[in-house]
Design a protein around this ligand. Structure first.
Ligand SMILES: O=P(O)(O)OC[C@H]1O[C@@H](O)[C@H](O)[C@@H](O)[C@@H]1O
Length: 319
């Protein structure tokens, strides 16, 4: 479990002596983004559209950790192809009928809605060198179409905390209505990597998964690591261990630590699917990305009136 030093409820800025993180709001309209940079050079960029993290640089700002398509729409016109889109309240294509999410688009409305920037807070301990950015979305921020499709009253706070070696992203969901509702949640993270053929994902041994490439059949991970030799689209469920790791050429590259969520999707579109997506570029960009997406997507999370749920991830860049 992740130790959450900066909880999402602490929205006010704390004054600390010494150099502080720089936080700016850049761009106009649908392109507006919040950019935070630590005195040591690490940075994060978060678009208000979708609260999508589109860049996370570690190693003093020298290493970009997230893949972003060259044709990603960064104007707020459609969900961003790359970075960390937030999937809520439904993962994948919604159930065909009979569920309150059934009329929503694939992966829900959060990644296609404009969030509000609620503010920043810096760590009281300057030595720990971190900054937390909070974003909010509720029913009033939805398009008319989404409001019609999903009747529930909800409040989301998404907290993005940048530290020297890590990025933490946590979603808080509050039921602000009279009726209970159900949701799924996923952080659709596109990691930037050097070569998909030299990549391994570990920490999934013995875990049951649904293979969407093989007609949604169920399997159990029997190899110590997942390697990529073609299209991969798997939903690993109820993972007992907290950490899933990405290794490049046998060396640890990222540790992804789940916080109050148990599932993880692994995705690489490979040659044909990459070509078929209009906003995926370059065509061979699939060689330089892998999606390892933590979340709660097996079944539903239920929230009764007034209840709050919180979950997310801590990613460590291990260079
Ligand atoms: O094109 P989208 O909606 O961003 O989805 C991309 C992929 O997202 C993954 O999470 C799904 O498991 C895949 O099935 C899907 O193709």
């Amino acid at each position: 479990m992740v130790d959450r030093a900066n909880r999402p409820s602490a929205l006010s800025s704390t004054t600390a002596s010494g150099p502080e993180a720089q936080v700016d709001i850049n761009g106009q309209g649908g392109s507006q983004k919040v950019v935070a940079t630590l005195p040591s050079g690490e940075s994060v960029e978060v678009m208000l559209f979708g609260a999508t993290v589109t860049s996370w640089k570690s190693d003093g700002g020298k290493t970009e950790n997230l893949w972003l398509s060259e044709k990603a729409d960064l104007t707020g016109g459609k969900p961003v192809r790359g970075g960390v889109p937030v999937v809520f309240p439904v993962f994948g294509p919604p159930p065909k009928s009979g569920h309150p999410t059934s009329s929503l688009p694939q992966h829900g409305f959060a990644r296609g809605s404009r969030w509000e920037f609620l503010g920043k807070s810096t760590s009281e301990d300057v030595a720990s060198n971190s900054v937390k950015l909070d974003f909010g979305l509720d029913r009033s921020g939805l398009s008319e179409e989404s409001r019609k499709a999903w009747p529930s009253e909800f409040g989301l706070v998404y907290s993005v905390t940048l530290s020297k070696e890590s990025l933490q992203t946590v979603l808080t969901v509050r039921n602000e209505g009279e009726e209970s509702f159900e949701f799924q949640f996923l952080l659709h993270t596109y990691f930037k990597i050097k070569d998909i053929t030299k990549l391994e994902v570990t920490g999934l041994l013995g875990v049951e998964y649904v293979d969407k490439v093989l007609n949604a059949s169920t399997h159990t991970q029997s190899d110590n690591s997942l390697k990529f030799t073609g299209e991969v689209d798997r939903v690993y469920k109820s993972i007992p261990q907290d950490t899933t790791s990405i290794l490049e050429d046998g060396k640890p590259r990222f540790d992804i630590i789940r916080d109050n969520v148990k599932d993880t999707v692994t995705w690489n579109p490979w040659v044909e699917k990459a070509k078929s997506m209009g906003d995926f570029s370059p065509d061979d960009g699939y060689k330089n990305m892998v999606c390892v997406e933590i979340g709660a997507v097996d079944g539903w999370q239920k929230l009764d009136k007034g209840e709050v749920w919180e979950g997310g991830m801590l990613v460590k860049s291990l260079l």
